[in-house]
Ligand binder design. Structure first.
Ligand code: ADP
Length: 317
């Protein structure tokens, strides 16, 4: 049976309920909302009805319970989530500007999220039908977590499994040279790369997405699917290029759209759908994620996603 797992930060998000209140100002916050890119992704996978698990670490506190209980009740296997006694659960504070920009304050690297250990990788999770989805935010946590991600990717490939990567490039944390060092060991294991605008070019020091995709294909990547916000997405394979337009929605909160998009893509790959169907489904997952306030509140069941696609008059071939 297919099984999807991920490794990385589980955190809570505490957000400004109103726009344009900078984090340095006194004011109201709402939350905690369960969050963390890997956590949002795997929650979306479980809600689609696929076997799902996460390797993570939380503190022995209520924020840890908040994210662990949500994932567990949505069907994610949290048996490999370690509860760390001497660190607190990671937190992200966020303010939304009316312009659509976001301002984040992360407490992750020094929190429990940075305490993931290699012995948390579960042997039973490693087989030919396993998909390991990695996120740039996970390899950015610290050196130890990074090494665990590399090792997990190696083990999954050894078993004949599949690796997907959302680069989630963080230029504010690393220089270009450092980024190349971080992604380098991973790229040759990747089957599918799911960058946001500009990220594929960034990772490969290329001027254009065409050149970036060509470089990734040389490393063995089978396809590159670039997320383009309200413009949908574009697929590159060694043989063809295909665009897929976005669904028309009223955006409430864009956080988590990319992670839900990736979940939709992985779902379609597991169902062995044709590319146009996969891209439509992934776009629907991304669009739906933007319609709800809160990072993980926009994950939906398979029937709800299918209903949304039908309602928009799009054929899911
Ligand atoms: P990320 O969150 O990783 O930066 P994007 O903002 O490109 O990625 O969003 C991921 C996907 O979610 C897009 O490719 C698209 O399918 C969907 N999406 C995002 N924003 C919108 C929007 N405003 N309208 C419709 N779909 C959207």
């Amino acid at each position: 049976r297919p099984f999807v797992f991920t490794i990385g930060e589980m955190l809570v998000e505490i957000m400004r309920p109103e726009v344009d209140v900078p984090l340095r100002r006194t004011g109201a916050f709402v939350g905690p909302y369960p969050s963390g890119a890997p956590a949002i992704f795997i929650d979306a996978i479980a809600k689609l009805g696929i076997g799902a698990g996460i390797v993570g670490c939380v503190g022995d506190d209520d924020f840890g319970l908040c994210v662990r209980e949500r994932l567990s009740s949505d069907g994610v296997d949290v048996s490999q989530v370690r509860v760390c006694k001497d660190k607190t659960t990671a937190v992200a504070f966020v303010n939304y500007f009316a312009s659509g920009d976001r301002e984040f304050l992360f407490h992750v690297a020094d929190a429990a999220a940075g305490q993931i250990r290699a012995d948390q990788l579960k042997r039973e999770w490693l087989h030919a039908e396993t998909v390991l989805h990695l996120n740039g935010s996970s390899i950015a946590i610290n050196e130890a977590v990074r090494q665990i991600c590399y090792e997990a990717a190696r083990l999954v490939k050894e078993c004949g499994g599949t690796i997907t990567l959302d680069p989630n490039v963080r230029p504010e944390l690393f220089t270009r040279g450092e980024m190349e060092r971080l992604y380098g060991p991973l790229l040759s294991y990747c089957d599918y790369v799911i960058p946001s605008r500009g990220e594929a070019e960034w990772m490969t020091s290329s001027e254009t997405l065409d050149d970036a995709a060509a470089q990734l294909f040389e490393l063995g990547v089978k396809a590159v699917v670039c997320k383009r916000g309200a413009d949908g997405c574009v697929l590159y394979t060694p043989d063809f290029r295909l665009e897929s337009s976005a669904f028309d929605v009223q955006v409430v909160d864009p956080t988590g759209a990319g992670d839900c998009f990736s979940a939709g893509l992985v779902y379609g790959l597991l169902r062995k759908w044709e590319w146009p169907t996969i891209l439509t489904f992934a776009n629907a997952m991304g669009a739906l994620a933007t319609c709800k306030q809160g990072p993980m509140e926009g994950t939906l069941s398979l029937s709800e996603v299918v209903e949304f696609i039908k309602k928009h008059g799009v054929e899911l071939a």
